[in-house]
Design a protein around this ligand. Structure first.
Ligand SMILES: Cc1cc2nc3c(=O)[nH]c(=O)nc-3n(C[C@H](O)[C@H](O)[C@H](O)COP(=O)(O)O)c2cc1C
Length: 316
């Protein structure tokens, strides 16, 4: 069983220490572990060229066409890293919180996943076998939850394109200087447990896998995120009173007899579960419809675009 540790924090820093602790536990359970620190790799920013999704659409309509992948494929280390990820049974990812969110290094890395969408690569035979990868996510910050409100949720949001199921996550709090976490044995212990959990989940038949983290973590019973927002109408008319910002589960906030607020899923509450390939395919339908409308109205757009082309402001 291959487990890959991915660190987006400083060398010798808190994220790295926690990922190493989790990997030690995984190794003790028999896993073959590797670890990378993203600071050691060359990673280009996604330029938003949309070449990958345009190609995916073309190949889906005409399977004789060849998918060439990301236009940056031979310009950096992404291909090497993602190809490794897509043969791993588990990943353990440690990311520092910067301004409540994952560090830009991690986001730069994860926002290149689109060109490597696993379900698409499997469909066209670019990847031979679904690794059914599970993940343990570690967010690290100098503060408590109140200053790390978006890190785990944003990390979770980067897992869908890789079809990676998050089975455990932890937030390591009050770790400012590198090595601070060494003063927090309970956090090291929790990371160790995560390593064991990831191996156990990866050893369990895919259909029987379940959440292995704290059962009370977050509000969403589907993905355990804490971010629930008031739902608005979707492109096809679907609407829920409330939705999970991460997985897209829909339902309502209900006060139980114990006085606690819970997010209770609607009967069709998992219709947009982003963890499920078929639900994500519906989102692809939305993208295609938007694109078709755009293509149809080219004349109109070109005319309006001219105005903005002519407007200029001094840069600095
Ligand atoms: C630019 C920057 C912004 C930060 N913002 C936050 C923050 O919003 N919340 C928080 O809890 N910690 C914040 N921190 C602290 C880091 O998350 C903390 O030092 C962490 O231990 C770094 O992880 P590392 O040791 O793995 O590099 C910030 C640090 C930097 C450099």
């Amino acid at each position: 069983m291959k487990i890959l540790g991915i660190v987006a924090g400083r060398h010798g820093g808190n994220s790295e220490i926690l990922v190493k602790e989790a990997l030690l536990a995984a190794q003790a359970k028999g896993a073959e572990c590797k670890m990378i620190n993203l600071f050691d790799y060359h990673i280009e920013h996604c330029t938003g060229c949309e070449s990958c999704t345009m190609q995916m659409g073309e190949v889906a309509m005409d399977p004789t066409k060849k998918y060439r992948g990301c236009v940056l494929k031979n310009k950096d280390d992404m291909d090497k890293i993602v190809n490794e990820m897509q043969t791993c049974a588990g990943v353990i990812i440690g990311v520092p919180t910067y301004d409540l969110t994952p560090s830009s290094l991690y986001l730069k890395f994860a926002q290149r996943f689109l060109a490597y969408e696993l379900s698409f690569r499997l469909e066209i035979g670019d990847v031979q076998e679904d690794p059914h990868t599970v993940a343990g996510l570690i967010a690290v910050g100098g503060s408590c939850h109140d200053w790390q409100t978006l890190t785990l949720e944003a990390m979770g949001a980067t897992m869908f394109t890789q079809s990676v199921i998050v089975v455990d996550q932890m937030m390591a709090t009050r770790n400012g200087r590198p090595g601070n976490v060494l003063l927090r044995p309970e956090q090291l212990e929790r990371a160790h447990k995560m390593g064991e959990n990831v191996v156990e989940a990866a050893s369990t038949p895919v259909e029987e896998r379940r959440w292995m983290g704290d059962p009370d973590q977050g509000l969403c019973p589907n993905c355990h995120s804490g971010l629930i927002f008031r739902g608005e109408e979707h492109w096809d008319g679907l609407q829920y009173p409330f939705e999970c910002a991460v997985c897209g589960a829909g339902g309502d906030l209900v006060k139980g007899e114990d006085g606690k607020i819970r997010f209770v899923l609607a009967e069709n509450g998992l219709a947009r579960d982003r963890n499920v390939n078929e639900s994500r395919a519906l989102h692809l339908k939305e993208i295609v419809e938007t694109r078709i409308d755009f293509m149809k109205r080219q004349g109109e757009i070109q005319e309006l675009k001219q105005h903005y082309k002519e407007v200029t402001f001094p840069a600095i």
